[in-house]
Design a protein around this ligand. Structure first.
Ligand SMILES: [Cu+2]
Length: 680
């Protein structure tokens, strides 16, 4: 099978991913991490028992959340052209750990316009991997649904000490244009890499020919520098900035005037410290500033008064990780810390002139969350065919609000603490908790073609700033967090069977997650509130790939998730979804066809989802690439070939001010795209 050796960042990830997964019995193998790669860099599995170690991306994606829709068992909620909110096996938001360059971040928008993945400069990352479920304790507290890891790898510099690429792309329908560059220079001791991208998009049309509010402007830039201070000491510093402007949202009541993020992280790696093989220290700081309103980007309210909500989120923390490797075992232990401060206010702006006239609500009244953890995890090869994983972590959580008693609203009476008292009969403004998480794993090679992976886990997910502290009272409607919420406790069992022989490879998983104190958002009269319930999530996934001949290859992915709790179906659960790909590969070019289907979803939660079943759909995408020269690559395709009007069930619904019916955000209608990459 030919492999395009395009010196593109994501291409290198293939080799690493395959190498790591060839032997699931070693190292990180139990994570069963799925690597996302550009389809142009598809590699033949290296033989042996492997999970389908790569998920090819078959269309240009401009948001990391959207990119993750390519993984079986994952989906992403669309609110417009930006801000795709990833969902893994029915879990999203605070149930997923999103780590970029070792840094966690939280968006600044109480309306989830900016999930943390939005600020990830998706083009620049060399490795994007997804761990489904809770399989390791080293990636921080929580993460019951999964972990998304974005990493920069050390660049492979050419003989002249340089490497780089320029990319430009265009997508019809939304008139989206993008340009990006990535350049690294250095020697064997160190390197500096800079990258940036600019994108601009108009609103797209759905399959009905209706405009969907989705326009945006986005620029991102970053720098990574790494140096071997000594033969065993490596230091890496990275900084990334992203700036979003005039972002239209079909799935929110406001649009974003701006959203700016800056994230800095440092990593220090020391090898051979006494008995410790590797000591790694990571520290980071992420800042997000956001402003949304209902009049600047477009005038969405006929009222003379506008509403505006500025908000900020600051996250910092770090991790010290020690790794000890012996012939039979690998022990990873350490400590980590994560802190997040968030504030959001809602103002009334008479005359819509940008000078705020009344503080209506302290939505996030200076909410502060702290987490400190201690963890240890060991992979132990008990026989040539068996590896066991045991992991334990203990966390301490603190959460409080500092502005709960400050006045807000008409006559200053809508203080957060008064809202907590009104709906939950509490005046708590602080809570703390301990949490014990554990992972128990077993990987066994059954025969040369089959292996099995079993994972049993317990994880603790504390309430986030909205669930616990949001305090919004406006126009007679309320949205109030519950200060007395307990943390969610997830108990999960996951079973994966893998097959790999000759032309056929497949893996099949079943999972069940018993959740105590699942945090449910519910509606009561004109109030949106939160409570703890008991819930169960379960489901199944299948991925298979068949090399039909030297040139033809077929792939299939099927995912199904159910979730129900004390009060019926859980919100935001995708129906049965399938993906079928047929790929034809020639020496210099390739063509592929992708057919995505979703069944009708009858299971929904009217308090969060649109209050109706979602129709099923089937859409066809066409994609291809052509290696014009060794350095120049052309990619092109047509999405939604038959111009169908469709929406994923999980796409946010919104009450358009001009339309009393809740609407689910439609995906784009037919759109052609082209992308050109020059690598040197
Ligand atoms: Cu917002």
């Amino acid at each position: 099978m030919p492999l395009d050796r395009t010196p593109h960042a994501l291409a290198t990830a293939v080799f690493l991913a395959s190498a790591a997964l060839v032997a699931p019995a070693q190292g990180q193998g139990h994570d069963l991490a799925i690597e996302l790669v550009e389809v142009t860099a598809r590699a033949e599995p290296a033989g042996g028992n492997t999970l389908l170690s790569e998920t090819p991306i078959t269309r240009p994606t401009h948001d990391a959340g959207e990119l993750l829709r390519s993984v079986t068992g994952m989906t992403a909620l669309r609110r417009g052209g930006r801000g795709f909110d990833p969902i893994i096996r029915g879990q999203s938001q605070s149930n997923l750990n999103v780590i970029a360059n070792g840094a966690y971040s939280y968006g600044a928008c109480p309306g989830r316009m900016d999930p943390p993945s939005t600020y990830v400069g998706v083009d620049s990352f060399d490795s994007v991997s997804v761990i489904k479920g809770h399989r390791s304790v080293i990636y921080g507290a929580g993460g019951s649904g999964g972990t998304l890891i974005f990493e920069h790898l050390r660049p492979e510099l050419g003989a002249n000490g340089m490497t780089g690429s320029f990319t430009t792309g265009y997508t019809g329908n939304s008139d989206l244009s993008s340009v990006g560059g990535d350049f690294a220079v250095g020697n064997e001791k160190g390197y500096v890499r800079v990258f940036g991208a600019i994108r601009e998009s108009d609103n797209y049309e759905d399959g009905n020919g209706d405009r969907v509010a989705s326009a945006f402007e986005s620029t991102s830039a970053g720098l990574v520098a790494g140096i071997d201070l000594q033969p065993n000491t490596y230091l890496e510093i990275s900084h990334e900035q992203a700036s979003e402007d005039d972002v239209w949202y079909a799935g929110n009541g406001m649009d974003a005037v701006f959203a700016d993020s800056a994230s800095t992280s440092a990593k220090w790696v020391q090898r051979s410290v006494g008995a410790i093989d590797t000591l790694e220290l990571t520290a980071y700081l992420s800042d997000v500033d956001h402003l949304m309103d209902n009049y600047s980007v477009r005038n969405r309210s006929m009222m003379p008064n506008g509403a505006a909500a500025p908000s900020t989120s600051t996250t910092w923390g770090g991790r010290l990780l020690a790794t000890i490797t012996t012939e039979q075992a690998e022990l990873r232990s350490g400590i980590d810390y994560r802190a997040n401060d968030r504030s959001a206010d809602l103002y009334m702006d008479m005359g819509k002139d940008g000078s705020y006239d009344m503080l209506v609500a302290r939505m996030w009244p200076a909410a502060e969350q702290r987490q400190a953890g201690l963890f240890a995890e060991m992979d132990y090869r008990s026989s040539p065919d068996d590896t066991l994983r045991v992991g334990l972590r203990l966390d301490q959580f603190d959460s409080q609000v500092r502005e709960a008693t400050l006045s807000a609203g008409m006559m200053g009476s809508a203080t957060p603490i008064r809202l907590y008292e009104q709906f939950y009969n509490t005046t708590e403004t602080r809570s703390d908790d301990y949490g014990l998480s554990a992972v128990l794993g077993w990987d066994r090679r059954l025969d040369p073609a089959h292996s099995v992976s079993v994972n049993l886990s317990r994880s603790v997910r504390t309430p986030d700033s909205s669930e616990q502290w949001i305090a919004r009272s406006a126009n007679g409607a309320f949205w109030v967090g519950n200060p007395t919420l307990n943390a969610e406790i997830h108990q999960q069992l996951d079973l994966t069977l893998m097959h790999e022989s000759g032309r056929l490879s497949w893996n099949a998983s079943v999972f069940v997650d018993e959740v105590n104190d699942y945090i449910e958002r519910y509606a009561e009269g004109s109030a949106d509130l939160y409570r703890n319930i008991d819930a169960t999530l379960f489901g199944s996934e299948l991925d298979a790939a068949l090399q039909i001949s030297e040139r033809w290859r077929a792939r299939v992915g099927i995912a199904y998730t159910r979730g129900h709790g004390d009060n019926g179906d859980l919100a935001q659960i995708a129906p049965l979804e399938t993906r079928l790909n047929l790929d034809y590969q020639h020496a210099d070019w390739a063509l592929g066809l992708e057919w995505v289907t979703a069944q009708r979803q009858n299971h929904f939660d009217p308090a969060v989802d649109v209050d109706a079943a979602t129709p099923g759909f089937g859409v066809l995408h066409l994609y291809g690439h052509w290696n014009l020269t060794g350095q120049l690559l052309l990619e092109a395709g047509v999405e939604n070939l038959f111009d169908k009007a469709y929406a994923y069930h999980v796409n946010a619904g919104n009450l358009d001010p001009f339309n009393p019916e809740a609407v689910r955000v439609n995906e784009p209608g037919r759109q052609g795209w082209v992308k050109l990459r020059y690598a040197f």
